[in-house]
Design a protein around this ligand. Structure first.
Ligand code: 5GP
Ligand code: ZN
Length: 114
């Protein structure tokens, strides 16, 4: 996707201070953090959102979870906990249509979310 901001970050066209990267997945801080730790974990491949996840993406989705787990531990969140969020479309608050996990921690999260 040529006009997708997260594809551009994945391809290095837009800089991001990556905290994790491999062939399939990257993680980097959100530009507008909503918590002391706010990391985005994304597949390099363009998937618009959770509605477009297919059966054949099973391994990739498992890997995204494992990377979120690993980054959370590295950021010191494993003892007190954290939240992982996927927003979907307008009511979910999705602004960037490239699948991403928000990893949020370092403060008590509210439930239910606003
Ligand atoms: P969404 O609302 O789609 O679930 O989340 C998109 C997130 O991407 C937002 O939290 C927003 O702050 C973040 N974001 C948008 N553009 C950029 C960018 O260029 N760099 C980074 N690091 N984060 C971005
Ligand atoms: Zn994309």
């Amino acid at each position: 996707m040529t006009d997708c901001i997260f594809c551009k970050i994945a391809q290095g066209e837009i800089p991001a201070d990556k905290v994790y990267e491999d062939e399939q997945v990257i993680a980097f801080p959100d530009i507008n953090p909503q918590a002391p730790v706010h990391i985005l974990v994304i597949p390099r491949r363009h998937i618009p959102g959770i509605l477009e996840v297919k059966d054949q993406d099973r391994d990739l989705l498992a890997h995204l979870h494992k990377v979120a787990n690993q980054v959370a531990v590295e950021k010191g969140l494993s003892e007190r906990g954290f939240r992982v969020v996927i927003n979907c479309k307008a009511d979910g608050g999705q602004e960037v249509y490239h699948l991403h996990f928000h990893l949020l921690g370092g403060r008590k999260m509210n439930w239910p979310p606003g």
